[in-house]
Design a protein around this ligand. Sequence first.
Ligand code: PEP
Ligand code: MG
Length: 369
Amino acid sequence: IDNALVRAVHRIMTHADGKRRLAVRTNADTGADAARARRFGAEGIGLCRTEHMFLGDRRELVERLILARTDDEREASLAALLPLQREDFIEIFREMDGLPVTVRLIDPPLHEFLPPLEQLAVNVAVAQERGEDVAKEEALLAAVRRMHEENPMLGLRGVRLGLVIPGLFAMQVRAIAEAAVAVAGSGGSACPEIMVPLVGAVQELETVRAEAEKIIAEVVGDSGVEVLIGTMIEVPRAALTAGQIAEAAQFFSFGTNDLTQMGWGFSRDDVEGAFFWRYLELGIFGISPFESIDRDGVGRLVRIAAEEGRAARPGLKLGVCGEHGGDPDSVHFFHEVGLDYVSCSPFRVPVARLEAGRAVVDTDGSDSR
Ligand code: PEP
Ligand code: MG
């Protein structure tokens, strides 16, 4: 590209950065993504989705953990996962070099980690045919059947997993704290923010937080590392009880993907191919509410939660990490609501920086556009 053009873009970005009030973070789950996002100007990680770290080779360990029949089995899986997770976080903290990193505790729909029911049923039938002993296969089939959900996106996900699988969140909290201490101990710095997903009631957060605080205090000692604990606001009930939830949270991050799904009752997996076209035709929205924030409905939930959260805890740090964090119109909305930062995928970081600057100009009515 022409050098003059590069200089012009650089000048525009510098101008926008000088104006904007919103910080811009990125959603990243690996050191490579974090490095890419920093080149685009990301000022932290607003969402590190840890469930992605449990796929591939580690899927089997998680499956064993979920289906464990004894404490020993469960603890063996957790013990194997802890050092792997610690390394994951060390890599990310090193890359971000003291910038804030929001690590979300695991939030997969459970079916992603369970063997498919049909396959297990076939295995049992085949083994029976052959006259083999099928007791083990049948026990596994029964266990998976017990956990089967018709609607996994509204099921055993997020904080609910942490509440029913002993040691799961504790392992992750320990890995995060140990990684931060290791980075700090080798001359670097790390600012972890632990985020609890899918919270709908303050009691869920208080339960996770009480356990997490004990582990953090034990691991961090006098290393000087500070670990914040906060929550996603992505369930409508959380938005409507934000005043209570803020009592137990050091920050909120709006998960507008789930908040849109649950606010409208639209499935984010299907994006409603069967009827969305009619909504567009009727002008109910001009663009999918999963892309651009629905100011009147979902946006109002964000506003209520921001206001009530800050009323209960003045200065509460507020961000957004749903896809809307990189959408131009939505960035303007988040600026108006007074959030502290938006977080989006690495490639959308420059757009978010630019729009966050333009939002100031729009709101203040300045003519320097
Ligand atoms: C969200 O729901 O907006 C969010 C960021 O979490 P996820 O997309 O991982 O559910
Ligand atoms: Mg979510």
